[in-house]
Write a protein that binds this ligand. Structure first.
Ligand SMILES: Cc1cc2nc3c(=O)[nH]c(=O)nc-3n(C[C@H](O)[C@H](O)[C@H](O)COP(=O)(O)OP(=O)(O)OC[C@H]3O[C@@H](n4cnc5c(N)ncnc54)[C@H](O)[C@@H]3O)c2cc1C
Length: 384
């Protein structure tokens, strides 16, 4: 069995699988190790599939703009249906404060060339006819954003990566590194030892523990979020709805209708629930159902099929950590994707390829500056 590679990727999730595909397509020999039984079985499969470029910082915006290009052309380029739809995102405002925040942010987003407009309540109702009009002050609308299936996308990337020669080893956990002369000389797992020129940490919620194996503390702390999905019904929704208002027990919540007709939904608990607990709770569904029906009353008629709970790999400032470590010098990070790892995935994969092969494109250094592992983490992403 081959034991030496150009690159070893730890984690076959939202980041590791697209990265494996990019490296394999470019003829690099790549080994991907994952503790779980198949690709995308970590947090990737817990994502609800929202994809937007409408962030508040240039780095995340440019990476997600590239991701959207990739997702939206996937079917024509690779022939697999990943359930991409350009349904857009909307942030309806019901308070003066939210309206001001969103309109201020829109100025920044427009400055980055994003297509985003402000709709009056009546214009917004045309897009999302079921929306509650009482107190509605208007809404942002970003028509270029969309959604896709995390499982279908990751599975498709996995098959392309394998087609191009990538090796995946599942049910295999990275347990340590051998480090010599400031370099990782070997990656140890519960089943064997492998060698590579470079090692990429893409271990999601477990990224901190993997970094610690190399003597590095990377500030990624998981917190848990619940989500759910309804039965399929005839299309009746326009863009994803993100309601920014806080209520006791929760901050914002968001939902959209996928290409199968199912409404998929998710809520941000308040206070955050730190840790790796992933069992569904009995409080989530009553809480989010009440909130969803308040903002879109016709949803009361839908039956919920399933709920689940997963982890956001959070960083202190809400920005990913992507970069080359000073020591060991062949160790790279692509971690801390917070609540946006699926949408960032394909764009980050290409960025990581350019970073490791030192074939930088214009703007990469600035993006990598936002994601620098050695930053002070004092800033705050507005839309975590
Ligand atoms: C409810 C919910 C809804 C979400 N909705 C969205 C959304 O709409 N859009 C969006 O973009 N994002 C969303 N997210 C966030 C998204 O799921 C994550 O940001 C993303 O999956 C993180 O990707 P990752 O590759 O870093 O981690 P993962 O996909 O978890 O991959 C990491 C992999 O590393 C493996 N691993 C860890 N340690 C080891 C080890 N020592 N050895 C071997 N393998 C190891 C794990 O088994 C795992 O498979 C959501 C998350 C949740 C919980």
């Amino acid at each position: 069995m081959k034991r030496t590679y150009d690159l070893i990727i730890i984690g076959s999730g939202s980041i590791g699988v697209p990265a494996a595909m990019v490296f394999a397509e470019n003829k690099y020999s790549v080994l991907i190790l994952d503790s779980l039984a198949s690709p995308g079985q970590g947090q990737n499969k817990t994502a609800i599939g929202g994809i937007r470029a409408t962030h508040s910082d240039r780095g995340k915006i440019s990476v997600c703009q590239r991701s959207i290009e990739i997702f939206s052309h996937w079917k024509e380029n690779y022939r697999d249906d990943i359930q991409w739809q350009k349904n857009g995102y909307s942030f309806p405002a019901y308070t003066a404060e939210d309206e001001r925040l969103l309109q201020d942010l829109m100025k920044i987003q427009k400055g980055f060339g994003l297509t985003i407009t402000w709709l009056s309540p009546e214009e917004y109702r045309e897009l999302n006819p079921g929306i509650a009009m009482k107190g509605l002050r208007g809404s942002t609308y970003s028509p270029e954003d969309g959604s896709a299936s995390p499982l279908l996308f990751t599975q498709s990337c996995y098959l392309k990566a394998v087609e191009h020669g990538a090796t995946f080893r599942f049910n295999e956990t990275v347990t340590g590194f051998r480090i010599a002369h400031s370099k990782i000389s070997a990656v140890k797992t519960n089943k064997g030892v492998y060698h590579s020129a470079c090692v990429l940490n893409a271990a999601g919620a477990n990224a901190r523990a993997v970094s610690q194996l190399a003597g590095i503390d990377t500030p990624v702390n998981p917190d848990s979020h619940e989500a759910g999905i309804t039965e399929p019904v005839r299309p009746f929704m326009g863009p994803m709805v993100v309601d920014m208002r806080a209520e006791p027990g929760s901050k914002n919540f968001y939902f959209y209708q996928n290409t199968e007709g199912q409404v998929v939904f998710c809520l941000t608990p308040d206070p955050p629930i730190w840790g790796i607990e992933s069992r569904s709770t009995s409080v989530f569904l009553p809480m989010i159902a009440t909130r969803m029906i308040m903002v879109m009353p016709p949803l009361a008629n839908l039956k919920v099929r399933r709920t689940w709970r997963g982890l956001y790999p959070m960083t202190p400032d809400g920005f990913p950590i992507v970069g080359k470590m000073r020591e060991p010098v062949n160790f790279y990070q692509a971690v801390g994707m917070c609540g946006q790892g699926f949408m960032l995935g394909p764009g980050i994969a290409e960025l990581v390829y350019r970073m490791i092969t030192e074939r930088y494109a214009p703007g990469d250094q600035e993006t990598l500056g936002s994601f620098d592992p050695y930053r002070d983490f004092a800033g705050q992403e507005v839309f975590k």
